[in-house]
Design a protein around this ligand. Structure first.
Ligand code: 4NP
Length: 157
């Protein structure tokens, strides 16, 4: 397998995409494939740039043994060149990312996390934003991301 770079993208880069980054990295490490991947995350908004992930997400993920460590940064056009796979969480993220590629050169690199969902999560067409909701939202996000990460890794292998 050749080295692959994967960028997870949400709105703020403090809830969903940092968790996706951490879950996917954990899965890849457990399969002893970490040297073959470059894994990162970003937000379409720079509103939370420089911040750690949301404390609720860090705590909920920690309960599952997942360490969410990323510092928020904004998605930039250069990411289209730097990454092989750009994986967004919902349709709004998709539109925001695609709008930075007016020539349509990189659309083939962009997919939605739920494209890789299976089983009871197959019917989801987005990873719902948990920011304004209760604790349950964070657990659902982690369930969805864990399931989709398995599908994504199988797809990339
Ligand atoms: P994320 O969640 O896109 O999963 O990081 C959000 C974080 C912050 C805001 C919205 C969504 N916000 O409006 O500040």
């Amino acid at each position: 397998m050749s080295k692959k770079s994967v960028l997870f993208v949400c709105l703020g880069n403090i809830c969903r995409s940092p968790a996706a980054e951490a879950i996917f990295r954990d899965m890849v490490a457990k399969e002893k494939l970490i040297e073959l991947f470059h894994i990162d995350s970003a937000g379409t908004s720079g509103h939370h740039a420089g911040e750690r992930a949301d404390a609720r997400m860090i705590k909920t993920a920690a309960h599952r043994g997942i360490d969410v460590t990323s510092i928020s940064r904004q998605f930039v056009s250069e990411d289209f060149k730097r990454f092989d796979y750009i994986i967004v969480m919902d349709d709004s993220n998709y539109q925001n990312v695609i709008s930075l590629d007016p020539q349509g050169e990189y659309g083939h690199k962009v997919s939605k996390m739920t494209d890789y969902s299976s089983g009871k999560f197959a019917s989801y067409d987005k990873v719902p934003d948990p920011y304004w909701g209760g604790e349950d939202g964070f657990d659902l996000v982690l369930d969805l991301l864990t399931d989709a990460s398995e599908g994504l890794l199988a797809n990339l292998k």
